[in-house]
Ligand binder design. Sequence first.
Ligand SMILES: [Fe+2]
Length: 355
Amino acid sequence: MYRYSLRLSFFFLVLATVYAGLTAFSDGQVLWCERPFKTTPIPILKRIAFGSCAHQKKQEYILGEIAKLKPDLMVYLGDNIYADTKDMRVMREKYGMLSCKPEFRKLLQATNVIATWDDHDYGQDDAGSEYPMKKESKEMFLEFWNEPKNSDRYKHDGIYTSYYYGDSAHRVQIILLDLRSFRSPLIGKDYHYQINNDSLAYMMNAEEWAWLKAELQKPARIRLIGSGTQFCTDPNGWETWGNFPREQERMFDLIKSTRAEGVVFMSGDVHYAELSVRKVKGLYPIWDMTASGLTQVEFKSSHNQYRVGKTINSRNFGMIDIDWDKADPELLIRGYDFAARERIVQTVKLSELKF
Ligand SMILES: [Fe+2]
């Protein structure tokens, strides 16, 4: 009996130890792999890669194709992971999966990387200002993407920011919008969103609009605006700036009133790639190259009257090359498919992006 109870005690001791270990593990910090961010100065920006919509559980071999093309910069346009949670530990685990991917780490070693978010890495499908964990999510986003401690991003709500590259003759401004933290609720259900014409419905809050106005007044020859949500499209049931026509109009009006030249949009979200152009009265043509996704693929494209050329319904990424050697510098806008084949090719002269 004594032996029996001793064995039993030993058994419970082992069980308790194992349980305590597991508990300690489950309450402990989720560790990320070291992220070898490159911060090499870029004297003249010539090649910008961009993409979006990368599921942390899927292989991201396409990042290797991007690295092979040796861009100066890679811009992540959101849904960089599919967090979809209010539990910050779960979000941390999902960022951890991305951090340990060899193909992601190789990309970080190959090129400078900057990022904004979309709904899934913000924390919730199609969420706007109502998402309750936006402060915690922002903290994790900035930590993961290695935001410098002196960054303006820590000083205001949301994650919008801008970057400048090159001397005055080659200055490129990259504006990354936050279209999640302040966006008003969508009307209707997913795939069937309705136009929201309310005068108090916003894509960005007053501070972000004011910041953007100030940015567009700063000197730059080319201004690439990173927008997780497609900018040029009309309402199509899905998420688009077109669901908030007053806000879309406000953007056109802001470009006009600031006389900001050289504006081109880069967007993500929809799980296919396409190039759109809007020709609005009193404004030069506004191009929007959508590159989505790095792992996510949608085979059915929405109707888009502003589309130029075909869609890419496979894994894809976007690229903008700037030929500064021409007297009238040229932007070569391209969309690449899963095998890094050029499927969308459009040249735009800088003189075509002027008033
Ligand atoms: Fe996505």
